[in-house]
Design a protein around this ligand. Structure first.
Ligand code: SF4
Ligand code: SF4
Length: 260
C-alpha cells in the first residue's frame, strides 16, 4: 500500500486499473518464472497481516515480530514501516518460500495477494476518507501477464480472497495518515508513547496483556460485551488498538473508550 498524492495518480509507475479495466494474468507451478517473485522484496506487513501470520505459525506476536520482521523508520513519516525480513541467503528468499511455493499461502500478506496489482491509498478531501487505487505492476520477469485469463481489480481481489485484507489495510491507512505529523512530544518513536502505539497496532498479545493486566480498566470504561471479545478476538483487538492510539496520541474520542 502506498500513499498517493491525488494529483500524482496518473504519473505513477504501472498501469492504473480503473473499475472496468482488465488485465491478463495467471500464475501456476508450471510457469517458467515460478517462485521468482518471492525473493529480495521490500514486503510491507500491515497489522492484519501480522495477526494472520502469527496465528498461522502458532507464535505470539512478540515471537513473530522478533523472528520475521524488520522495523524501519523513514524520514518524513513518524511511524515505522514493518517489513518481512528476507532470508539471509544469496537470493534473499522469503522465509516462507518452499520449492512447492508459498508455505503460508492461505495466510499470505496483503501485498502478496494483491500482486501483480499494487494497492495505493489517497485521502479524498471531498469524502474525508482514504480511498484505494490499483495499479498493474508485474516485474519484467513475471510471465503470468502473457497468459489469457482476464481480470478486473474486483474479480482479482475476490479470487485472491483479498477483500478482508484490503479492508483492514484501508482501516490502518486511516490511522497511519495521522502519523505524517510528529506525535511523540520530543520522545521520538522509541519513547514511551511510541512503544505504546507500536504495541497497540502490531503486538496484539502484548496489547491484550496491557488491557487486562494493567490499570487500564480502572482508568477507562469499555463495554462488557466488547471486553469479552477482546480476550480472544485479535481482529477486534486490533480495531480497538487503532481507536486507543487515536485517543492516546491525539485525543480523538472513539465509540469504545471512555475515561472513568
Ligand atoms: S513471477 Fe509472476 S507468474 Fe511467475 S511465479 Fe511470480 S507471480 Fe507467478
Ligand atoms: S509470503 Fe508467500 S507469496 Fe508472499 S513472498 Fe513469501 S512465499 Fe511469496
Amino acid at each position: 500500500m502506498k500513499y498517493v498524492d491525488p494529483q500524482d495518480i496518473d504519473n505513477l509507475p504501472g498501469r492504473r486499473i480503473g473499475t472496468d479495466d482488465t488485465f491478463n494474468f495467471r500464475c501456476h507451478p508450471d510457469i517458467g518464472c515460478f517462485n521468482r517473485c518471492c525473493r529480495n522484496l521490500n514486503l510491507f506487513l500491515y497489522p492484519y497481516d501480522v495477526i494472520r501470520l502469527k496465528n498461522r505459525l502458532e507464535l505470539t506476536s512478540e515471537e513473530f515480530l522478533d523472528r520475521y520482521v524488520d522495523i524501519v523508520l523513514r524520514d518524513s513519516v513518524f511511524f515505522p514501516d514493518v517489513l518481512l525480513s528476507m532470508s539471509d541467503n544469496g537470493e534473499r528468499t522469503c522465509p516462507f518460500l518452499r520449492d512447492s511455493g508459498c508455505s503460508v499461502y492461505r495466510d499470505r500478506p496483503d501485498a502478496c495477494r494483491t500482486f501483480p496489482m499494487e494497492q495505493g491509498t489517497f485521502y479524498n478531501a471531498r469524502t474525508k476518507k482514504n480511498e484505494s487505487v490499483y495499479f498493474f505492476r508485474p516485474p519484467e520477469f513475471c510471465m503470468g501477464r502473457h497468459e489469457d485469463t482476464q481480470w478486473t481489480a474486483k474479480t482479482w481481489t475476490l479470487d485472491q480472497e483479498a477483500v478482508i485484507y484490503n479492508k483492514m489495510t484501508l482501516l490502518w491507512s486511516d490511522l497511519r495518515r495521522l502519523f505524517q505529523k510528529d506525535p511523540w512530544h520530543g520522545q521520538g518513536p522509541k519513547g514511551t508513547r511510541g512503544k505504546m502505539a507500536f504495541m497497540a497496532i502490531y503486538n496484539m498479545d502484548g496489547f491484550r496483556k496491557f488491557i487486562f493486566e494493567s490499570t487500564f480498566l480502572r482508568r477507562y470504561k469499555v463495554k462488557s460485551a466488547l471486553l469479552k471479545k477482546l480476550r480472544t478476538d485479535d481482529v477486534a483487538l486490533m480495531k480497538f488498538g487503532f481507536e486507543w492510539v487515536g485517543f492516546y496520541l491525539w485525543g480523538l474520542r472513539g465509540r469504545n473508550i471512555r475515561p472513568r
